[in-house]
Design a protein around this ligand. Structure first.
Ligand code: GDP
Ligand code: MG
Length: 178
C-alpha cells in the first residue's frame, strides 16, 4: 500500500454465535449502544455494528461485529455469516445447561467455516442470574481451556464484563495480524 505503516487501517469482522436466547443480541446492543432489551425477540434489521477500539500501542482499530438475526433458531446460520471473520464470541447462558452443551457444536461449526486463525472467547452470559445458575464458573473455564479459548462470564443486563469480552477478542485479533 502507498500509505505509511502508521496510517494503516484495520477493520476486523467478529461474529457472535450460540444458541437462541442466550443473550447475543443484547450483548451487542449493550456494547455498541449501551442498551438492554428485556423482551426476547428475533433481531430484525441490524446485521452488524461497527465499534472502534484503542489497542495497546494507542492505535485505533475497527471491529465490525455481526449478529445472527435469529437464524440460529432454525440451525441455519449460513457460511456467509462466518466468511472473513477474524474473531468470535461463543455464548451460552449460565442459567441453562442445554446452551452450554450446545457450545461444542458452535465451535465445530466455526472451525469448519474458518481458514485463518480466529480469536475466540467463550462467554457465559447472564451472570446476574446467580440464584438459578446451572453451569459453574469452573466448568466454563475448563471447557475454554480445552478449546484454547479465552473465557469470561458477562451480564448484558448489568453490563458486567461486556466491554471486556468484546475487546479481549478484538485485541487478540490485532495481536494475531500485526
Ligand atoms: P439471542 O437470541 O441470543 O440474541 O438473545 P437475546 O439477546 O434476544 O436475549 C434473550 C433473552 O435473554 C431476552 O429476554 C433478554 O432480555 C435476556 N437476556 C439477555 N442477556 C441477559 C443477561 O445478561 N441477563 C439476564 N438476566 N437476561 C438477559
Ligand atoms: Mg438475537
Amino acid at each position: 500500500s502507498s500509505s505509511s505503516e502508521s496510517e494503516e487501517e484495520y477493520l476486523f469482522k467478529v461474529v457472535v454465535i450460540g444458541d437462541s436466547a442466550v443473550g447475543k443480541s443484547n450483548l451487542l446492543s449493550r456494547y455498541a449502544r449501551g442498551e438492554f432489551n428485556p423482551q426476547s425477540k428475533a433481531t430484525i434489521g441490524v446485521e452488524f455494528q461497527t465499534q472502534s477500539v484503542e489497542v495497546d500501542n494507542g492505535r485505533e482499530v475497527k471491529a465490525q461485529i455481526w449478529d445472527t438475526a435469529g437464524q440460529e433458531r432454525f440451525r441455519a446460520v449460513t457460511s456467509a455469516y462466518y466468511r472473513g471473520a477474524f474473531g468470535a464470541l461463543v455464548v451460552y447462558d449460565i442459567s441453562r445447561r442445554l446452551t452450554f452443551d450446545g457450545v461444542k457444536r458452535w465451535i465445530d461449526e466455526l472451525n469448519m467455516h474458518s481458514d485463518t486463525t480466529i480469536a475466540r472467547i467463550l462467554v457465559g452470559n447472564k451472570s446476574d442470574l446467580e440464584h438459578i445458575r446451572e453451569v459453574s464458573v469452573e466448568e466454563g473455564k475448563s471447557l475454554a481451556e480445552a478449546e484454547e479459548m479465552f473465557f469470561m462470564e458477562t451480564s448484558a443486563l448489568d453490563s458486567t464484563n461486556v466491554k471486556e469480552a468484546f475487546e479481549m477478542v478484538i485485541r487478540e485479533i490485532y495481536n494475531n495480524v500485526s
